[in-house]
Design a protein around this ligand. Structure first.
Ligand SMILES: Cc1cc2nc3c(=O)[nH]c(=O)nc-3n(C[C@H](O)[C@H](O)[C@H](O)COP(=O)(O)OP(=O)(O)OC[C@H]3O[C@@H](n4cnc5c(N)ncnc54)[C@H](O)[C@@H]3O)c2cc1C
Length: 400
């Protein structure tokens, strides 16, 4: 059996291990453009902050692939021919496969804002992006971060730790709009501002402006204000990389559509990680989901009959500007028919969303010790009103 894996992130590496565990003799080839051991994108903000070194980004040993008897091709996959079961690489090679995993992750979204091509404008997605940002620190005493989501705020915190004055520009009326409600977002904002990070909410960047040297010199906001800066980091989200799947005609919506076995619409072709999309919401762009999807795909590629199991709602934990938090399920919003329970105590705030008596979302800020219990309640279903009252939660107005 010839196995081909595109991508050496958590999805690709978990797949390799799962394949090898079931098939000790099969030929496995991993294709990825970066040389060296697999590295963690989630650690890139820590690299920018100076908390870890380039070497410490590795999440697997340098001899990982050799250990599993895997051949490595340092190249990009550029074209998939699903009828011939062949993958073309950027170095001109054609690789045949019996089973293929597509795990190329996503590509950072770049909004159509004039000036984003200027030197001094960055994203943070790859190791090279972090190295570029570190290079830009020399000439910068301030930075603007476009996007107040998790990655944007991690970048803002990291640049703040490097001594830069940082402005975060977020078009929603609050930080982390997909995870947090107003009150929780205000807590994170207060912590950010205490550390010298200014937050501009409800506004976006209209244009990036060049100085006489042709490099970024300022950004103009939608409300006409100008922020002087030599560094702009754009962190407005990620879209699944469909550059291989779409021309090959694989069924895709936002991402490549997969079933619970992580199989795509094409025979012998699987997908996992940030590139995949599934009907039940499991495929959110998070590290543990990528690894689990890759593991299930790899096992099935090698003849297994696994279905991914476990929770499908998003689970996110963070520590930003000294504030820890956990968001489970529908943590930020609430439908009009939902009931909201809150518990606030000193610097801690907890908010639960119940729908027809069932817990469908939880938001814990500053005090996260009950996250496991709440996740358990969400998993089990059932109604929990009296248990919540005993825990000290009080019902607030329906819908929010
Ligand atoms: C700055 C940052 C911070 C993050 N923080 C967190 C966090 O705190 N918690 C969390 O859960 N998640 C976090 N994430 C998200 C997490 O890193 C991703 O969900 C995860 O890496 C996705 O894994 P993946 O295997 O699908 O893709 P990736 O990790 O993106 O790996 C994709 C692989 O495919 C390769 N590749 C791409 N195109 C091709 C091609 N054409 N040919 C061959 N190879 C190709 C890439 O080079 C790479 O090896 C963060 C991400 C970033 C960028």
């Amino acid at each position: 059996m010839r196995y081909l894996v595109v991508g050496a992130g958590p999805a690709g590496t978990a797949a390799v291990v799962a394949i090898r565990r079931r098939d000790p003799g099969g030929r496995i080839v991993v294709v990825a453009p970066e040389a060296g051991p697999p590295y963690s994108r989630a650690m890139l903000p820590a690299l920018v902050a100076g908390r870890v070194t380039l070497e410490e980004l590795a999440f697997r040993p340098a001899d990982e692939f050799e250990r599993w008897g895997v051949s490595r091709r340092v190249a990009r996959a550029v074209r998939l021919d699903r009828d011939r079961r062949e993958l073309a690489l950027s170095d001109g090679t054609l690789l045949p496969y019996d089973r293929l995993l597509l795990a190329p992750g996503g590509v950072p979204s770049r909004p159509a804002i004039p000036g984003l091509g200027l030197p001094g404008v960055f994203v943070l997605h790859e190791r090279e992006d972090a190295v570029g940002i570190l290079g830009g620190l020399a000439g910068a005493d301030r930075a603007v971060v476009l996007g107040g989501g998790l990655i944007g705020l991690q970048v803002a915190e990291a640049l703040g730790e490097r001594g830069l004055a940082v402005d975060v520009v977020e078009q929603a009326p609050r930080l982390l709009p997909r995870l947090l409600d107003r009150r929780a977002a205000a807590m994170v904002q207060a912590a950010a501002e205490q550390r010298g990070v200014a937050c501009h909410l409800g506004v976006s960047v209209a244009r990036a402006l060049a100085g006489e040297d042709g490099r970024l010199a300022a950004v103009r906001l939608g409300d006409g204000r100008e922020l002087t800066t030599r560094m702009l980091v754009v962190a407005v989200g990620l879209r699944p990389d469909l550059s291989l799947a779409a021309p090959a005609g694989l069924a895709a919506a936002r991402g490549i559509l997969v079933d619970t076995a992580m199989h795509t619409s094409a025979p012998g072709v699987y997908a996992a990680g940030d590139v995949a999309e599934c009907a039940d919401g499991f495929c959110t762009p998070l590290w543990p989901r990528a690894a689990e999807g890759g593991r299930v795909a790899g096992s099935n590629m090698a003849g297994g009959a696994e279905r991914r199991q476990g929770i499908t709602w998003p689970q996110t934990a963070w520590h930003l500007f000294g504030v820890s938090g956990v968001a489970l399920g529908e943590s930020a919003g609430a439908a009009p028919q939902d009931t909201i329970y809150e518990l606030a105590c000193g610097p801690a705030y907890r908010r639960l969303v119940l729908r027809e008596g069932r817990l469908v979302g939880a938001l814990l800020v500053g005090e996260i010790r009950t996250a496991g219990v709440l996740a358990g309640l969400m998993r089990r279903g059932g109604t929990h009103r009296s248990a919540l009252r005993q825990l000290g939660y009080a019902e607030v107005a329906p819908g929010g």
